[in-house]
Write a protein that binds this ligand. Structure first.
Ligand SMILES: [Zn+2]
Length: 141
């Protein structure tokens, strides 16, 4: 999310912690964090979200929001965005196209038995898959 906010490939530099001098989601910073200051860096993401990402980058794990808090705050942000008539991102653009339907099975000609009857005439009994009916199995070449 840090990279998306800044539209850059590289993540935060772990060698350069800093202490934000601004409030993160209404509270003073709890300690040092990493990366570039995200405050006001994105025209696409809310200040609440960029602050939340900055909080997730706190040096001390205990200062970071836990999973439950993260979920609650993301849900609250989601609801607030919908109340403000936010438009949905076209996530479908990132999903692969569904596979095309499989081709229909080829139409099979009804097969006829290739066996020869005792009277010398062709059997021609209709068959589903085999070339010889049960009576003429022994005539296979
Ligand atoms: Zn037959």
């Amino acid at each position: 999310m840090y990279c998306l906010i800044l539209m850059r490939y590289r993540g935060p530099d772990p060698r350069e912690p800093f202490t934000p001098r601004w409030n993160l989601n209404g509270e003073p910073a709890k300690g040092r964090t990493f990366g570039l200051p995200l405050c006001g860096q994105s025209p696409h993401y809310s200040r609440a979200l960029t602050d939340l990402v900055q909080e997730c980058l706190y040096e001390q794990p205990g200062h970071r929001p836990d999973l439950r808090e993260l979920k609650t705050r993301v849900q609250n942000g989601w609801r607030a965005a919908f109340k403000a008539d936010a438009t949905l991102d076209a996530w479908d653009d990132f999903l692969p196209q569904p596979p095309p339907p499989p081709p229909p099975p080829p139409k099979l000609k009804p097969q006829r038995c290739k066996g020869i009857r005792r009277n010398g005439k062709a059997c021609k009994k209709k068959l589903a898959a085999d070339e010889y009916c049960g009576q003429h199995q022994g005539q296979r070449p």
